[in-house]
Design a protein around this ligand. Structure first.
Ligand SMILES: *[C@@H]1O[C@H](CO)[C@@H](O)[C@H](O)[C@H]1NC(C)=O
Ligand SMILES: *[C@@H]1O[C@H](CO)[C@@H](O)[C@H](O)[C@H]1NC(C)=O
Ligand SMILES: *[C@@H]1O[C@H](CO)[C@@H](O)[C@H](O)[C@H]1NC(C)=O
Length: 376
């Protein structure tokens, strides 16, 4: 039990943001990451998108957990590659939502929990909340985190709609705004790693039933967004749970048990998205296999200029299970993009960028490629 408490504490940390020293080496990345302040026109070649393309996507609305939360981690080294300052994001630089915004020519979405007033809702907003999940009780147990789960995030989106409506002359114009916006959702990892992982016997060690129930809850929440007018959905799956550095501290290889759990969820999620699209006229639910992007890089990092696939880049506390970067070592990760992981849980900016790049060009990563979704 003690051991499992330790394992969980590792995973939960997303929220606390506080964490092994790894040497970094210098070598130029093979994958070129666009400069921080890149323009829309200039980011397209980095993504292998043909130059004269236009997207009629007015906003990106973001839901999920720490992978896309952009309000929580406010001390360096988090944000070291985000114009050099902490940005709330739980990585060194931009996250997937930021890169998508740059591709669409939109400003970076603000965190709902930090945005003042309604000024930013028109080009998108980020409702993601670290440590939380699809289930209402994920995060609460066993650590009592105060969470905004997926249901609450969608309730927050509902409240944004009322402030959004003042920007539009008619209900039709507002509806058109929502239906042409992108809804990006990445969640489920914490439900598995925290809620199920803490004590699988509470769920009769039955991962299949657990993930079926999760998928049902996801279905209900996605339909709520559909009823609010959302049509274009991009839904990320869970990273291989056994491969994150916090799970490798006791054994250098990926933990197959945990990866089996996230695989079970991912399979259900893909089926659920197919059902959602079939049942909801005019909708497009794209499954994004983020876990495969991570897995591909972990098994063959060379072509991406990545040198370390298993350790946190930033300094973490070797004596503690906390997965977050040590605030007392703000300079500890000068070459984040040569690592897969920034802290003991969260991937680096290069992984976020690669996810977008592969979603655009590779139909084994995104069931409908992102350009098709955004131009539909
Ligand atoms: C967002 O708000 C939280 C408290 O609500 C605060 O701790 C955090 O520093 C803020 N993040 C940013 C990026 O301002
Ligand atoms: C989760 O919480 C929301 C309220 O925020 C509630 O409407 C919903 O029924 C709850 N879901 C479950 C499965 O308890
Ligand atoms: C892998 O994870 C499971 C579930 O947390 C745990 O019971 C098992 O001991 C871990 N195996 C190794 C080799 O760490």
């Amino acid at each position: 039990m003690i051991k499992s408490l330790k394992g969980l504490a590792l995973l939960v940390l997303s929220v606390l943001c506080h964490i092994l020293l790894v040497n970094s080496q210098t070598q130029n990345s093979v994958i070129k990451i666009p400069p921080f302040d890149v323009s829309q026109k200039d980011i397209l070649p980095f993504l292998s998108v043909q130059g004269d393309i236009t997207f009629q996507v007015p906003a990106v609305y973001v839901f999920g957990d720490s992978l896309l939360d952009n309000g929580r981690c406010v001390s360096l080294p988090y944000g070291v590659d985000f114009g050099g300052k902490p940005s709330g994001r739980i990585t060194n630089g931009r996250n997937l939502a930021d890169f998508i915004a740059q591709m669409l020519g939109l400003p970076f979405p603000n965190s709902f929990y930090n945005a003042s007033g309604s000024s930013n809702t028109i080009t998108g907003i980020d409702y993601a909340f670290s440590g939380c999940g699809i289930r209402n009780d994920t995060g609460l147990y066993p650590f009592g985190l105060e969470c905004t789960p997926l249901a609450g995030q969608i309730t927050n989106f509902e409240s944004s709609i009322s402030s959004l409506s003042s920007h539009f002359q008619s209900k039709d114009a507002l509806d058109k705004h929502i239906s042409s916006s992108l809804f990006l959702i990445v969640t489920g990892f914490n439900d598995i790693s925290l809620t199920y992982g803490w004590d699988p016997s509470k769920f009769n060690n039955d991962i299949e039933s657990f993930v079926s129930e999760l998928a049902n809850l996801f279905y209900q929440q996605a339909e709520r967004l559909y009823k609010l007018g959302a049509r274009k959905f991009l839904v990320g799956n869970a990273n291989p749970g056994g491969c994150i550095p916090s799970r490798r501290m006791e054994s250098p290889s990926c933990n197959e048990t945990m990866t089996g759990w996230t695989d079970a969820f991912n399979k259900k999620l893909a089926e659920t998205l197919t059902k959602l699209e079939a049942a909801n006229a005019g909708s497009k639910f794209v499954y994004m296999d983020m876990g495969k992007v991570l897995h591909d890089v972990i098994t063959n990092p060379g072509p991406y200029g990545i040198i370390d696939v298993s350790h946190a880049c930033c300094a973490t506390d070797p004596a503690s299970p906390k997965p977050g970067c040590l605030e007392s070592k703000p300079d500890s990760c000068p070459n984040g993009n040569q690592f897969v992981f920034f802290d003991r849980i969260h991937p680096t900016e290069v992984m976020h960028f690669l996810t977008l790049k592969r979603c655009i060009e590779d139909s084994t990563i995104c069931s409908t490629t992102l350009v098709q979704l955004l131009q539909a």
